[in-house]
Design a binder for this molecule. Structure first.
Ligand code: OAD
Length: 248
């Protein structure tokens, strides 16, 4: 892919960069994006109907089984070239913040360090009543496992529809968006708040906003640069174009 020289120049000089990622970044690792059709037994449900406190209250076992199925899918999955390119980028930029909506933990496995997980992590489990985290549990059970401390039902440590984002992470993400020189929105449909608002916050503060996505999104008309294609291909090419040619 050809990157405009103006864009390469911006990035070469940037010392504060913020990146927002979504499910598209993990697509090339073999994980379905959030809005992709579900498969098998789960095809009859919309994710939105399973990822909510109401769904858990109505049928906790159904929700638990869906997350157990997704945890199982994640187990065999490795980060892809896009995840690794972001870890390379972090090494080159002094203030680099990676904000992710993904709950799959792949950025961490790839080696990214300064990560804000806005929607939690599917591999962590906590009590739905007292909040205590549990290190071990059985996914393959007749009924939802319970907290050893208070007997409350266990749930994944993710943010469900209708729940607030973790305050500290959100504040840090907003701060990174407001103070960065370049903001990337990568592999996200940009329709879920508050994550989607980060790109606008960056833009309002005069940062260069960049989109990398398989296809145009509602954010596309508002960005300074849009690159459409797979993040697992574009990101390594970008890192090579900026940092492998002796420009910095
Ligand atoms: P979506 O499933 O809404 O969007 C995935 C985006 O990735 C789409 O815009 C695709 O075009 C793009 N895409 C797919 N494959 C790609 C690839 N190989 N390279 C680059 N882009 C690609 O997922 P998110 O935007 O992450 O929240 O969804 C945001 C949130 O919506 C999720 O975290 C979830 C959901 O509500 C909660 O569960 C709270």
């Amino acid at each position: 892919m050809e990157f405009p020289s103006e864009f390469i120049r911006f990035l070469t000089k940037a010392s504060r960069v913020a990146v927002l990622t979504g499910a598209g970044v993990s697509q090339e690792s073999g994980l379905r994006t959030f809005r992709d059709a579900q498969s098998g037994l789960w095809a009859q449900y919309r994710p939105e109907d399973l990822a909510s406190p109401e769904a858990f209250a109505r049928d906790p076992k159904l929700v638990w089984d869906w997350y157990a199925w997704r945890r199982e899918a994640i187990k065999g999955v490795r980060p892809n070239a896009g995840h690794y390119a972001l870890t390379e980028m972090e090494k080159k930029i002094s203030e680099f913040t990676l904000v992710t909506q993904n709950v799959d933990g792949l950025h961490r496995i790839a080696g990214s360090a300064n990560i804000l997980e806005l929607h939690g992590n599917i591999l962590k489990v906590r009590c739905s009543e007292c909040g205590t985290f549990t290190e071990t549990w059985d996914d393959d059970v007749e009924s939802v496992p319970r907290c050893e401390k208070c007997n409350g039902l266990l749930r994944p440590d993710v943010v469900w529809f209708g729940e607030s984002l973790p305050r500290a992470e959100l504040e840090a993400a907003v701060n990174a968006a407001r103070t960065c020189q370049v903001f990337f929105s990568i592999g996200t449909s940009g329709v879920v708040q508050s994550a989607a608002a980060l790109a606008h916050a960056a833009r309002n503060k005069g940062s260069v906003v960049v989109e990398i996505n398989a296809e145009p999104t509602p954010l596309t008309p508002k960005v300074d640069f849009a690159f459409h294609g797979k993040s697992g291909e574009i990101l390594p090419e970008l890192v090579k174009a900026v940092w492998a040619n002796g420009l910095s």
